[in-house]
Design a protein around this ligand. Sequence first.
Ligand SMILES: NC(=O)c1ccc[n+]([C@@H]2O[C@H](COP(=O)([O-])OP(=O)(O)OC[C@H]3O[C@@H](n4cnc5c(N)ncnc54)[C@H](O)[C@@H]3O)[C@@H](O)[C@H]2O)c1
Length: 314
Amino acid sequence: MLLGSSGNSAGIGQGRGPGAATTPEERVRDRLKSVSGKKTLVTGAASGIGRATALAAARLGAELVLTDIDAAGLAGTVESIERAGGKVLAERTLDITDYDAVTAFAEDVHDRHGSLDVVMNIAGVSAWGTVEHLEHRHWRQMVDVNLMGPIHVIENFVPPMTRAGRGGALVNVSSAAGLLALPWHAAYSASKFGLRGVSEVLRFDLARHGITVHLVVPGAVNTHLVQTVEIAGVDREDPRVQRWVRRFQERAAPPEHVADLILRGIERNRFMIHTSFEVRFGYWVSRKFALPYEFAMRKANDRFYYGLGDGRRR
Ligand SMILES: NC(=O)c1ccc[n+]([C@@H]2O[C@H](COP(=O)([O-])OP(=O)(O)OC[C@H]3O[C@@H](n4cnc5c(N)ncnc54)[C@H](O)[C@@H]3O)[C@@H](O)[C@H]2O)c1
């Protein structure tokens, strides 16, 4: 087994019976190297990283439990998986901000299939803006979808995993904006730093149950989110914004690449799963070199302010 310095201290159980009396050390030794044959929940499965991860996990032999708010997109993912010979145990269109809907889904899944092995919180939305332009609904939506959504999933799906005693994995997709002070990301970062905090604590709380926790911190990924990100106070049709979106897309990783990194991160027991060199490097600089980090963030902020914002230079 590969265990790096950023590795977790426990992992996906090796199919032991419920309540098997194993120590955390034994679970480290026994951890699985693949999601193969594992009951795996993916939120946000209709599109982008969630869809790509569901398809990749299905190819590895995972048995999938899928959900998204987008019914048509979710049906498309289910069809693609089944056409390729993969297995979908359950699917449900729901809004992860709705605690009761998540609870009802979890009860159905547990009644029919028992506790899960892998839970992946991937669904999310994005809105940026300066504090003058962000409206209350933006702040509320970021926290409701990106932070409370994963919490609803964790509350409903993780305790049955700890009781089952088979170990498992919890994957939370945060963002570069969960590590760094990116310009205009205050509302989005409120949710993504929050999810990072939840993950850092659960990493240690869940280790005794043999459940590994993985925090995914993507940089730019070429998904639907790039088109749907709301930039408060900025006209998306503005040619400067369109130019910025094109530049972002040119540097963005394909979601399939990110999906492979997530699955490899579980396999190699990485706590933090990076998907781009820039973010890994930026985070390293932020921790080791406070002044250069501050300088770079001020520069980045000026670029936004003068490029897109009220202080634009014509
Ligand atoms: N694309 C990027 O550049 C990027 C960068 C960093 C982090 N992320 C994160 O990656 C994750 C996946 O995003 P993506 O880029 O694949 O975007 P995407 O828009 O392609 O996929 C997000 C999915 O989440 C679903 N969703 C949104 N709100 C929901 C809700 N209330 N309930 C249930 N499902 C809901 C959407 O319907 C969609 O299918 C998000 O958490 C996002 O914040 C993306």
